[in-house]
Design a protein around this ligand. Structure first.
Ligand SMILES: [Zn+2]
Length: 469
C-alpha cells in the first residue's frame, strides 16, 4: 500500500490567540465564569469510570509461522521496535514471519536481521551461517551491522558510529530505487537542522565496494550493498523499526518538516524499498494488496475544527468530498468554554453544523475540549470527568488550568456522540499534535496511539493503547 496521509488545516489560530487574550481577561482563581461557558440544558456526562487498561505486549509467537516464500525477520533483540517493523511490513503488503532462530530464518531466501548484527546478540555459528547466506544465493538485509566480522560480507571497510545526519539521499542510478522519482522521495529528512535538535541515531559504512544505495548529507554511505552471483547483502545504517515507531507513536516532530499539508514520505520510502528488495530476492514473492476496493492508493483526508470560523469552511469541504464520493474525518474541538484561545464555538449553531457534517456522511473525531498546546503536560485525570463540570481553561500557549488527558478524551467524545446519535467516536487528535506521553510508553513503546474503547471491546486496530472510556 502506498498510504498518503493528507491533513488539511483549516485555520491557524495564532492571531486569534493574542487578540482574544486582550478581550477575555482571566480570573485569578482559575475558575470559569458563568458567561464563559456554554451550558446545554439537560446535558451531562459521560457517566461511568474510564480505566486505562494494563499493557499487554504482543508475543513474538503471533508472527512466527508461515511459508518459506515470506520475508524472514531474524530478531536479535526482543526488546527492540520489532513490532513496529511488523506493522510497517503489514501496511506495505510484504508477507513475513519473525523468528529468533537463525536456522529457521535462513531457510528463507530473503532474511532481514533486526535490530542489529553483532557478536553480542548472535553466536559465532549464527554469524558464519549469515556470512555464507548471500554467497549461496540468499538476500541478507542487515540493520545496524555493528560487529561480528561481517564487513566483508556487506562490502564495506568499517562502520562509523555517532554521526549526526539530517538527510538520507537515495542513489537515483540504482535499479532497486528506480521507483522513487519524486524529489521528496529522493532526499529524506532524518532531523531538523534548523531547530537544532538531535537527528535519529545513525552510522555510516565507510569505503563500500559498490556504489551505496543511499548516503547521508555529509556524503558518508548510509545504505550499502554487495552483489554476489545470485545473492545480495544490504546493510542499513538506521534502525528502521525505531523510525516507524516515531511515526506510529506521533513523535516525528523532530523529523517532519510540517505536521500538515506537506508530503512526508520517509517511512513510505523505507517500506517500499524493503518491498522491492523482497520482490527481487524471492522468486515466489507475493505482495498483498492493502488498498481497499482495488484502488492504487489510500488517501486519508482529515480536517481539524479548532477555531470559530473553521466549521463554515468544514461544511464546504464536506460538501465537496460528498460530491466526490469521499469520506473525510473531521476532528472537532468541543469548545464550550471561552478562554484565551478563542470564543465558544461548540454552541447551538456549532451543534447544528456538527449534525450537518454527520448527515453528509463524514466521520466525526475528537479534537479535545481545550486544544491546549501543553496537553502533553496534563495529568492523566481521574476517569470521572464529565460535562459540564469539566472546565479546562487555556491561559496562554504554554499555560492551561484544570485540564486532564482523560477529561479531554471523555468529555469531547461524550458531547460529539450525544449530539450525533447513534454515532460512535473512535478517532482522536490532540490540539497542536501535543501528544500526551500516556499515549505511547516511550520511543521503544508498544502502544500506537490513543483510540477509543467502549464496553471493554476495542473498536480499532489491535496495537492501540486500550483506554476504556
Ligand atoms: Zn487543531
Amino acid at each position: 500500500m502506498r498510504a498518503l496521509l493528507v491533513s488539511l488545516g483549516l485555520l491557524t489560530t495564532g492571531f486569534a490567540v493574542w487578540v482574544s487574550l486582550l478581550l477575555f481577561p482571566f480570573s485569578d482563581d482559575h475558575t470559569v465564569l458563568p458567561d464563559q461557558i456554554q451550558i446545554f440544558d439537560g446535558v451531562s456526562g459521560s457517566s461511568g469510570l474510564s480505566v486505562v487498561l494494563p499493557i499487554s505486549p504482543t508475543p513474538i509467537s503471533r508472527y512466527e509461522a508461515g511459508t518459506q516464500s515470506r520475508l524472514a525477520v531474524l530478531l536479535t533483540d526482543p526488546t527492540s521496535n520489532w513490532l513496529r517493523l511488523a506493522h510497517g511490513l503489514k501496511t506495505i503488503g510484504v508477507p513475513f514471519l519473525v523468528t529468533q532462530d537463525y536456522r529457521q530464518a535462513l531457510a528463507h531466501r530473503v532474511v532481514l536481521v533486526y535490530p542489529m548484527i553483532s557478536g553480542r546478540v548472535l553466536t559465532s555459528e549464527a554469524m558464519k551461517a549469515l556470512a555464507s547466506f548471500p554467497r549461496n544465493g540468499g538476500t541478507l538485509i542487515g540493520i545496524n551491522v555493528l560487529g561480528g566480522g561481517l564487513n566483508e560480507v556487506f562490502g564495506y571497510r568499517e562502520a562509523q558510529s555517532f554521526g549526526r545526519h539530517f538527510e538520507l539521499r537515495l542513489n537515483q542510478l540504482s535499479p532497486l530505487l528506480a521507483q522513487f522519482t519524486e524529489p521528496k522521495e529522493q532526499v529524506l529528512r532524518l532531523g531538523d537542522r534548523q531547530k537544532g535538535g538531535e537527528p535519529v541515531g545513525s552510522h555510516s559504512y565507510l569505503a563500500p565496494k559498490e556504489a551505496p544505495l543511499a548516503v547521508y548529507d555529509d556524503g558518508t554511505p548510509a545504505i550499502v550493498q554487495r552483489s554476489y552471483d545470485q545473492g545480495r547483502a544490504i546493510a542499513f545504517g538506521l534502525d528502521i523499526g525505531f523510525l516507524l515507531a516515531k511515526g506510529y507513536n506521533l513523535w516525528e516532530e523532530g523529523i517532519a518538516e510540517s505536521y500538515d499539508n506537506r508530503f512526508e514520505p520517509l517511512l513510505n520510502v523505507v517500506l517500499r524499498m524493503l518491498k522491492e528488495i523482497y520482490r527481487t530476492g524471492e522468486p515466489n514473492a507475493v505482495i498483498l494488496g492493502t488498498v481497499p476496493n482495488h484502488r492504487s492508493l489510500s488517501v486519508l483526508l482529515t480536517h481539524d475544527i479548532d477555531a470559530s470560523t473553521s466549521m463554515v469552511n468544514a461544511l464546504r469541504y464536506a460538501e465537496f468530498e460528498r460530491s466526490q464520493g469521499i469520506t473525510g474525518t473531521y476532528f472537532i474541538q468541543t469548545k464550550y468554554i471561552r478562554d484565551c484561545n478563542d470564543d465558544i464555538f461548540f454552541n447551538p449553531q456549532g451543534v447544528r453544523d456538527l449534525q450537518t457534517l454527520h448527515k453528509l456522511g463524514m466521520e466525526l473525531g475528537s479534537h479535545t475540549v481545550a486544544h491546549s498546546k501543553v496537553l502533553h503536560t496534563f495529568p492523566l485525570g481521574t476517569g470521572t470527568e464529565g460535562y459540564p463540570s469539566y472546565r479546562p481553561y487555556v491561559k496562554s500557549r504554554q499555560t492551561a488550568y484544570n485540564g486532564t488527558v482523560l477529561g479531554e478524551l471523555r468529555v469531547s467524545k461524550f458531547l460529539i456522540e450525544h449530539f450525533s446519535p447513534p454515532n460512535t467516536v473512535i478517532s482522536f487528535r490532540p490540539g497542536h499534535l501535543s501528544n500526551p506521553p500516556h499515549a505511547s510508553t516511550s520511543s521503544r513503546g508498544w502502544r500506537l496511539s490513543i483510540q477509543f474503547v467502549r464496553h471493554g471491546q476495542q473498536l480499532a486496530r489491535a496495537p492501540a493503547v486500550p483506554i476504556d472510556l
